[in-house]
Write a protein that binds this ligand. Structure first.
Ligand code: PGA
Length: 264
């Protein structure tokens, strides 16, 4: 556990990824319990990514709270004959600020490849939204010593050639696939190593100023009990799945993470 708050210039972002959980009624009940718990939290930004069906209601309930609305996915065209898809302008209209792009479940279960992730990421930026780009290695890749190669490939495909201005706004979620939904959290050392590698790679391509602005989250079995120690030097928040479904647990994570950093 960090005895002293970790100083930094970036404001950590603690984001809830509800995945395919919560009806509108359940989302409403969550917020009734959650909002009073985090009313006094300072020093960390909070975002909630409900399913598409609950975006409107959650957006209305978050108005004037300072908590950001996020979407879990998006399609890259603004409109058209794409049955079942949702466009960036549609998300904007509902008040979304963030959009999760390239989550490992989308990559694995829905065959999203680096090229598709890139198109989505660009579309998100073009429409004035902020992508939360998920990257991370599988257990097999880690065991083969390929973690850095995988992170570099995913990040390069997503951002190479974009403007430094856009990239500086980006949130990257380092999510080792083996730690997602498994209860097996990366050690703070592993989380820091991944985040540091991602930031140094951005520094190489876009310069130190941009690299300092990018927020790198850790994701994968984050809980109130480990949130504080995971906020290492290069880790600026968390992307939380399972534990974000419970208002007490998610509020606990937010408070632990906020207490772990001091913003200069
Ligand atoms: P988890 O999910 O917290 O349930 O491991 C994290 C994520 O998929 O973003």
């Amino acid at each position: 556990m960090n005895a002293n708050p970790n100083p930094r210039t970036r404001r950590p972002l603690i984001a809830a990824n509800w995945k395919m959980h919560k009806t509108v009624a359940e989302a409403r009940a969550f917020l009734e319990a959650f909002l009073p718990l985090v009313r006094d939290v300072q020093g960390a930004e909070i975002a909630i990514a409900p399913p598409f069906t609950a975006l409107q209601t959650v957006g209305e309930l978050l108005r004037d709270t300072g908590i950001a609305l996020a979407a879990q996915d998006v399609f890259y065209e603004p409109q058209g004959a794409y049955t079942g898809e949702i466009s960036p302008p549609m998300l904007r209209e509902l008040g979304c600020r963030y959009v999760i792009v390239g989550h490992s479940e989308r990559r694995q279960l829905f065959r999203e490849d680096d090229a598709l992730v890139r198109r989505k990421l660009e579309a998100v930026f073009e429409h004035g939204l902020v992508p939360i780009l998920c990257v991370g290695e599988t257990l097999e890749e880690r065991r083969a010593g390929r973690t850095e190669a995988v992170l570099e490939r995913q990040l390069r495909a997503a951002v190479e050639g974009l403007s430094a201005e856009w990239v500086g706004e980006l949130v990257v979620a380092y999510e080792p696939v083996w730690a997602i939904g498994t209860g097996e959290t990366a050690s703070p050392q592993d989380a820091e190593a991944g985040a540091k590698f991602l930031r140094s790679w951005i520094r190489e391509l876009f310069g130190a100023g941009t690299a300092e602005r990018v927020r790198v989250q850790y994701g994968g079995s984050v809980k109130p009990e480990n949130a504080r120690e995971l906020m290492t030097e290069n880790v600026d928040g968390a992307l939380v799945g399972g534990a974000s479904l419970d208002p007490q647990k998610f509020a606990g994570i937010v408070k632990e993470a906020a207490a772990a950093v001091s913003i200069s």
